[in-house]
Structures are given as C-alpha cells and as structure tokens.
Unconditional design. Structure first.
Lengths: 105, 105
C-alpha cells in the first residue's frame, strides 16, 4: 500500500521530472528530480502559493532575489512564502537530486 | 538559512521525539523520531486531520484497523485520511527512524 518516492527515479538527465504525490484543496505535494538542471540566469519563480521544500537526496543551490545563495543537501528544508522570488541556481550534475515540495495557500 | 531535519536528531531512545517544522492554518508539518517505540496493542490513532506520511530513514510498520500491516522503509509514503484508524506496529530498535508527517484539514 505504500509507494516509494526514491525507488524508480524517473530519468532526469534530459529534463527535470515533476511527479504529483498529493493534491487537495489548498495543498499540493510534489516530487522533483533534477540532474544538473538550473533556472536560466534571469528566470525567477514568483509563485502564488507558499512552498515548504525539503531536499531528500543530492545537492542543490537556491538563489533569492537579494542574491543570497542557499546550499541544500539531504535533510535541508526552506520555507518560501508566496512571491518570495527564487531560482534554482545549481543542482549536482553527477547525481539525482530529489526535492519534496509542499505548496499551500 | 536552511535547517536540517536529519542532523542533530534528538535522542529518541527514551521517548519518541516530535518536532514541529511548519504550522499554518489547516496545515502542520512535523518530524517524528522513533527508536523501537510502537503503539500499545489496543491504542489507535483516530485523527481529525488527514495525514500524508513519508519515512525519511529507518524502518517501521503501520497497522490499519483491518489488521493489515504496512512496512515502510526510506522513501515510502502513505496517505491516511482523517479517522482512518492506525497504530505504529513496530519501529526498528537498532536505528533512528525519521518520519515526516504532513497533517491537513
């Protein structure tokens, strides 16, 4: 009855993989698998939803609008309020990076 | 700016450790660290909130009211609708088991 989100990682070498794990009114849980992808330099996420994000494995860097960079490894979590502009500055090209994102209103 | 939920695991050898990671209207994210604890045989969780639970590390078993047992290892996730009665049947006494629980209305 349990599903596993670390087994059967979709192949992220070509493009990032987004898998919806739960969708309820005002709540959405998503798995993202990255392998070296990052946001283009001037491409910012500016979301209507709040996001709590946890790195499950791998390594990544988020950049905020003030230029600060947040390095993430397994177990690190960050809260991004709605409209806190951010971009994925870097993800490790040598391994799959798995994010868990909880979006809510 | 990121916090890590796998570093500095609280000592769960005496009692299970509950740490609130996020609390918003209708949403609560909690880390639970277990080390061998389980629910007493006739002690069932019967919650008003829906719960999406992910095992981050370790090993555990949930039991449902029909007697079925769900074995969980790292990456396994289960959705427990409100009032789906369940108990923690077993957690590994040899290692810390870390749960991520997302409760919502």
């Amino acid at each position: 009855m349990a599903e596993n989100l670390l087994a059967d990682l979709s192949d992220a070498r070509q493009t990032e993989q987004f898998t919806q794990l739960l969708q309820r009114p005002g709540l959405r849980i998503e798995r993202i698998v990255s392998r070296g992808q990052c946001s283009p330099p001037d491409d910012w996420y500016d979301q209507n939803e709040h996001e709590w994000v946890l790195l499950l494995q791998g390594a990544a860097e988020l950049m905020l609008a003030d230029g600060s960079v947040i390095r993430l490894t397994a177990g690190d979590h960050v809260y991004l309020p709605a409209h806190e502009k951010h971009r994925v500055h870097w993800t490790d090209p040598q391994q799959d990076t798995v994010w868990l994102a909880v979006f809510h209103h």
